[in-house]
Design a protein around this ligand. Structure first.
Ligand SMILES: Cc1cc2nc3c(=O)[nH]c(=O)nc-3n(C[C@H](O)[C@H](O)[C@H](O)COP(=O)(O)OP(=O)(O)OC[C@H]3O[C@@H](n4cnc5c(N)ncnc54)[C@H](O)[C@@H]3O)c2cc1C
Length: 479
C-alpha cells in the first residue's frame, strides 16, 4: 500500500470491453502498488453486455457472439490470464456454402472473407458466371487504386474484383459480421490491411495470397475458438478475478460532467460517483447521452447502427430428410431470402448439442431489411422455417426456438469513421482529460478488437493518473 491519495477510476459498461478494462486496470494497479479504486458501473444486473449464453435441455445456445479467431488473439491472452485456457475449444470446420438465388454452392477453397486467393478453385466454382470470374481475375492486371483517402469497402472490392464476386461471395460472407451496407462502410476502419496489401502488391488477390503464406495464416475458418461452457463462462471467470465491490450493477449512468479536476457521474438511482478518470465502454448511443452537453459528442449521435436477431432452432435428428452438408451457409442479396446466414451449430460445435439433436442458428436483419426484427416471435420463426425449407426438407416442428433481438447494436463504420473518432478523442483529450472511450463503436467490434481497446485504454489511464496530481476523492481499501 502506497501512502498517496486514493482516486476512483470509473468504468461505465460491463460488456467485454468494460470488464477487460477492469481486469487489466486492477492488475496494473497491483503491479505498481497503487491503492486506487476501480468501480465498474453496469446498467444491467448481469455483466457481459452482448455476450450471453443460455443453457437449455442440454444445448448451449449463444444469444450474441459465438466465437473468435484463435491466432494472435487478445481473447486468448485474457483467457490465459483468468484461467480459462483449458476451456478453449476449436471449431470443426465442415466448410461454408453460399446461397445464390435458390442454390447452395460450396465456398471455393482458398477464399479469405469471400475474396479468392487461389485461382484454380475459384475458376471451378459455379456460384460465379464465366464473365464474373474473368472480371475478378482482371485484378491481376488492374493498376493500383489511386484513392489515397478512406473509401467505401464495397466500392473498393467492386473495382478490384467486380460486382458479381462482391455480391455473391464477399458480401454474403461478411453479412453476419458487419450486417450493414458494405457499399457505405469504411475500408480503412474495417479492413485497412486490404488497402495496404493492394497498394503494396497492386493486385489484391496476389497480395492476400502472399500475406497469408508469409504469416502462415489459415485461410479457412477452422481457427475459430469458443469456450466449452459457453461465452458467458468467460465473463464469469473475469468477474471472479475482481473483488465484488468493484461492481455497481443494475444502475444506469445518466450524465457525466467535469467539475473542477474530477468527473461527477449521475446515476439513475439519484446518487453520484466522483472519479478522477472515466473509461466509457458503452455503445455510442448511450455514451452520447451521458455527454449530450458537450457538442463535440454529436458525432456519436449521428453514427448509425443496424438491428439484427439470432434465431436458434433445436430439432430432433430425424426432422431432416436430407443430410446437412458443411457447417452452414451465407446468403447473397441476389436471393429471395430473409435469413442472412445459418450455422449448423451441432456440426461446428458438437459439444453444444446433445446426441441425436440438431441445432441451427440463423440471423435476420441487415441494412435495408431491419423491420423484420420487430415482428413477433411466431412470425419470425415461420419466416425462418419457410426460408430453410427452400433448401432443406424439415419434416417436424423444432423442439424449441430462441430469438435474441439486438436492436441498433451493430455499429456502422461509415466512410470517414476513423477520422471522426480521432477528432472526437482529440477534443476529449483537451476538454475532458481523463475521459477515455473504448468498445465496439470505435476501433473494431470483434471481441479481440474490444479487448485490444481495453488493453490500450488502461495504458492511457495510467499515463493520465501519473501525470495529474488529482485531489483525493475518498479512502477505501483495494483488494
Ligand atoms: C448477434 C451478435 C453476434 C456477434 N458475434 C460475434 C462473434 O461471433 N465474434 C466476435 O468477435 N464478435 C461478435 N459480435 C460483436 C461483439 O459481440 C461486440 O462487438 C462486443 O461484445 C461488444 O462489447 P462491448 O463491451 O464493447 O459492448 P456491449 O457488450 O454492448 O456492452 C456495453 C455495456 O454497457 C452497458 N450500458 C449501456 N448503457 C449504460 C449506461 N447508461 N450506464 C451503465 N451501463 C450501460 C450495457 O448494459 C452493456 O452491458 C457479435 C455481436 C452481436 C450483436
Amino acid at each position: 500500500m502506497v501512502d498517496q491519495p486514493i482516486k476512483t477510476i470509473a468504468i461505465i459498461g460491463g460488456g467485454i470491453t468494460g470488464l477487460a478494462s477492469a481486469y487489466y486496470l486492477q492488475k496494473r494497479l497491483k503491479q505498481e502498488g497503487l491503492p486506487h479504486e476501480v468501480l465498474l458501473i453496469e446498467a444491467d444486473p448481469r455483466l457481459g453486455g452482448k455476450i450471453k449464453t443460455t443453457v437449455k435441455d442440454g444445448f448451449i445456445i449463444e444469444r450474441g457472439p459465438e466465437s473468435f479467431p484463435a491466432q494472435n488473439s487478445h481473447v486468448v491472452r485474457l483467457a490465459r490470464e483468468v484461467g480459462m485456457e483449458e476451456q478453449l475449444v476449436s471449431m470443426k470446420d465442415g466448410g461454408l456454402s453460399v446461397l445464390v438465388r435458390e442454390t447452395l454452392y460450396p465456398l471455393p477453397k482458398g477464399t479469405l472473407i469471400g475474396i479468392p486467393m487461389q485461382l484454380a478453385p475459384f475458376l471451378r466454382t459455379q456460384s460465379i458466371s464465366l464473365f464474373g470470374k474473368l472480371r475478378a481475375v482482371a485484378d491481376l492486371i488492374l493498376p493500383r487504386s489511386k484513392e489515397k483517402k478512406d473509401q467505401s469497402f464495397g466500392g473498393f472490392i467492386r473495382r478490384r474484383l467486380g460486382d458479381e464476386v462482391f455480391e455473391n461471395l464477399t458480401e454474403p460472407v461478411l453479412s453476419n459480421i458487419v450486417a450493414g451496407d458494405l457499399d457505405g462502410i469504411s475500408l480503412i476502419s474495417t479492413f485497412p490491411d486490404f488497402y495496404e496489401t493492394q497498394q503494396k502488391h497492386r493486385s489484391l488477390i496476389m497480395g492476400l495470397k502472399k500475406n497469408t503464406a508469409s504469416k502462415e495464416h489459415s485461410t479457412t475458418r477452422s481457427d475459430q475458438q469458443t469456450f466449452k461452457a459457453g461465452m458467458e463462462s468467460f465473463i464469469q471467470a473475469i468477474e471472479g478475478k475482481l473483488a465484488p465491490e468493484t461492481f455497481l450493477k443494475g444502475v444506469r449512468v445518466r450524465e457525466i460532467d467535469k467539475v473542477n479536476d474530477e468527473y461527477v457521474i449521475q446515476l439513475n438511482n439519484n446518487s453520484t460517483v466522483h472519479a478522477a478518470s472515466v473509461i466509457v465502454a458503452t455503445p455510442h448511443q448511450a455514451s452520447y447521452n451521458m455527454f449530450a452537453n458537450y457538442p463535440y459528442f454529436d458525432m456519436l449521435r449521428e453514427m448509425s447502427a443496424i438491428s439484427v436477431a439470432t434465431i436458434s432452432l433445436a430439432f430432433d435428428e430425424d426432422a431432416f430428410n436430407v443430410e446437412l452438408v458443411g457447417s452452414g451457409f451465407v446468403v447473397s442479396r441476389n436471393s429471395d431470402y430473409t435469413v442472412t446466414c445459418c450455422s449448423y451449430t451441432h456440426k461446428k460445435w458438437p459439444h453444444m448439442t446433445p446426441a441425436g439433436k440438431i441445432l441451427l442458428r440463423c440471423y435476420i436483419g441487415r441494412s435495408g431489411d431491419e423491420t423484420v426484427v420487430d415482428l413477433s416471435d411466431e412470425e419470425i420463426i415461420r419466416i425462418v422455417l419457410d426460408d430453410l425449407n427452400k433448401t432443406m426438407s424439415i419434416t417436424k416442428e423444432p423442439d424449441f426456438a430462441l430469438i435474441s433481438r439486438w436492436k441498433k447494436t451493430m455499429p456502422q463504420y461509415t466512410v470517414g469513421h476513423k477520422e471522426k473518432v480521432e477528432q472526437l478523442k482529440k477534443s476529449i483529450r483537451t476538454e475532458l482529460p481523463g475521459v477515455f472511450l473504448a468498445g465496439s463503436s470505435y476501433d473494431g467490434f470483434s471481441l479481440p478488437d474490444c479487448i485490444g481497446q481495453s488493453e490500450k485504454v488502461v495504458k492511457e489511464v495510467f499515463d493520465f493518473i501519473q501525470q495529474v496530481d488529482a485531489t483525493p476523492i475518498k479512502t477505501v481499501s483495494v483488494h
